[in-house]
Design a binder for this molecule. Sequence first.
Ligand code: PEP
Ligand code: MN
Length: 376
Amino acid sequence: MILILKPNIGTDSREYRRIEEHLKNFQNIETRVHRVQGAEQVLTEIYLIGSTAALSLEEMRSFPGVEHVVRVSEEYRVLGRHKDDNRSNRFTYNGVQFSQGNLNIFAGLCAVDSPESVETMMKALQENEQVCTRMGAYKPRTSPYSFQGHGKNCLPFVFELAGKYGIKVIAMEITHESHINEIREALEKTGNPTGVMLQIGTRNTQNFELLKSVGRQQEFPVLLKRGFGITLDESLHAAEYLASEGNQKVVFGLRGMKTNIGDPHRNMVDFAHIPVVKRLTRMPVCIDPSHSVGGRHRSSDQILDIMHVTAQGVIAGANMILVDFHPDPGVALVDGPQALRLNELPQFLEDVRMVRETYERRVALFSDVNMKSSEA
Ligand code: PEP
Ligand code: MN
């Protein structure tokens, strides 16, 4: 059960103490308090875990400090959608809003290689009015002999260049909890010119200790990629590890599934799961067309498969796009073959804009249909 307290009623209030007193009458009920930063105010949510069947909804609702009570019926307790639960999971980070209702584009380098490619990339983003990007510093590679990313050494120049070109959020994968501090320190040293969304890659979706460390900090939002060889349910539970530790600023990323059935694509594109994740949980959903398709295949209509699957994700309501670009893919140290080129950026953005507009018209169309059928 979740008790959502009235705005600005916190754990130091009389109202909270009354609830606490009442709960002492019930053994086997544990409480966890989450403070959720909404658009305008901080909300306190009390999660009651254990034998909550003994509690009456009516009674809990009648406490003066309680705004709303949700009986948790699904497994994803914090991030899931429950019956009569219309809370959103909207959050703003460094001026950029994330929710199930909008769309952010993170075009950028799969891996940081040189300051020159970072600068050329960021300049192109600014020229195209983009404020988010992706930049990998810590790369999980199949072979220990492959380039592993420049790690913390590249962070100062990446952050400084981000500040120079007005980039507000960089999606950056981490593979170890020590990377959180490295990022925090580099941001502080460079004067916090930008923000970072910590990315947990598909190989680490079930690295529970990493998830707990990332979940314990609330400074950075998190992009959790779906595990490429596990069920959707298992990946959504992984997201709960982040949220149950206290960080609800989580975006869920679809990036394709590992199977030869998807050949010739690198992974089997799974963007049909966007509406499923948005129905089961309150998380914004990201798509990664680059790691799904994995190459610059082009169809008889001359449109790249990467652009086709991006459109398929956007038409289904995706909220974030993570996509590889490179100023000179031939020299990229990671994933050059799947990178889009900078002269393709305006086209890519226009394609996304057209499809998003159509998605919004679809939402309006079906909201009219629902209204008419409920009136009938
Ligand atoms: C990436 O985005 O750079 C990446 C390695 O993705 P994934 O974890 O989905 O393979
Ligand atoms: Mn990659």
